[in-house]
Design a protein around this ligand. Structure first.
Ligand code: DGJ
Length: 333
């Protein structure tokens, strides 16, 4: 490499670092307040007061073998994230065995019980010798905590509505009602289900959508529900889809592409839709994961403001962007 090229690359890297300190840079390393890449994969956002909390799979290279972790970060602007805690750092609960899986944690706050309630996809082999598929249990796990970023304690594990459940998604409607979205392979579709009053159980089926999709993410925007899901291609990206309905119970429209299908969601997979209600605008942010199955700690995030409204939804080509949390306005300079 010539000296000039090295200088250009170094300057380019420094410029990108500076840009990403003030902007969301899809697909780049996202450093937290300690300069470490955020570990909150398959995550969710919970807003409390003026603070956003980002929870997700904490897949650091330093993790102890056999343990699974959930990370919690806090931010006031959705760009700069402060590491708070490994809110779960645990060996397999409920006797699941060492080949266990903890994915897509989602945290709800229950105003009545004042508890933070975390749902997660819990999985592992059903075979007692640990052989066979690592995704055979197909359950959810529930853990609770008295503080948002404290150490969560496992409560129980089960199959919601008695159904196999793998990818889960979280939805809190404008009236505060809390729902779990879960994919269920034998039924060839996914469920939207209401949580019990204390959020510790999945109480009631609200809707079953027959579509072979996972990574369910839902938002209520301008009188319509928009639901995004991805096809089931393991860690590999595919053309994520969306449908709309005026009631959660449905009927739901046909599924359509959220971006040009050949772009395969720009290498990402849906995880959550975040609604930012500002003084001038309501923006909806697509939160997706760019998985790196062999180096999971280096998996990246694709967050982009969606073009949404009138029953249409579109994920624009990823570029660095800014958000004004007060006004809700986003811009792609
Ligand atoms: C796709 C899911 O969305 C991920 O959360 C993970 O379960 C992978 N499949 C595993 O292959």
């Amino acid at each position: 490499m010539t000296r000039n090229l090295v200088v250009v690359l170094l300057l380019g890297g420094a410029l990108m670092q500076q840009t990403c300190a003030a902007m969301v840079c899809p697909g780049e390393i996202w450093p937290d307040d300690h300069g470490k890449h955020v570990q909150a994969h398959g995550g969710d956002i919970l807003k409390l007061g003026d603070t956003y909390y980002w929870f997700g799979e904490y897949r650091s290279q330093e993790n102890v073998r056999g343990k699974r972790y959930v990370g919690c970060y806090a931010s006031k602007d959705l760009v700069n994230w402060q590491f708070r805690n490994e809110v779960i750092k645990s060996d397999a609960p409920f006797g699941i065995g060492p080949r266990w899986v903890l994915e897509r944690p989602k945290v709800f706050y229950n105003k009545k019980t004042k508890k933070f309630v975390m749902y997660m996809h819990l999985d592992g082999p059903t075979n007692p010798d640990g052989g066979g598929s690592g995704y055979a249990l197909a359950q959810v796990g529930v853990a609770t905590c008295d503080t948002v970023d404290g150490d969560y304690t496992f409560v129980h594990n089960f199959r919601p509505l008695g159904q196999e459940s793998r990818d889960i998604g979280q939805f809190i409607d404008d009236d505060g009602s809390a729902y779990l979205i879960f994919e269920s392979r034998p039924t060839k579709g996914f469920f939207i289900a209401k949580l019990s009053e204390d959020y510790l159980d999945v109480e009631k089926e609200v809707c079953f959508i027959r579509a072979p999709l996972e990574g369910g993410a839902l938002v209520h925007y301008d009188g319509l529900y928009y639901l995004i899901g991805s096809y089931m291609t393991g860690w590999a990206p595919n053309a994520n889809q969306y449908a709309t309905a005026s009631r959660l119970e449905g009927p739901w429209s046909k599924f359509k592409d959220i971006a040009l299908p050949e772009a395969k969601t720009y290498g990402s997979q849906s995880s959550m839709l975040v609604k930012v209600v500002g003084s001038k605008k309501t923006s909806v942010i697509f939160m997706g994961d760019i998985w790196k199955p062999r180096t999971q700690w280096d998996s990246r995030y694709l967050w982009m403001p969606l073009e949404i409204g009138g029953g249409k939804l579109w994920l624009p080509e990823p570029k660095p962007w800014t958000i004004d949390i007060q006004t809700g306005e986003t811009s792609i300079p």
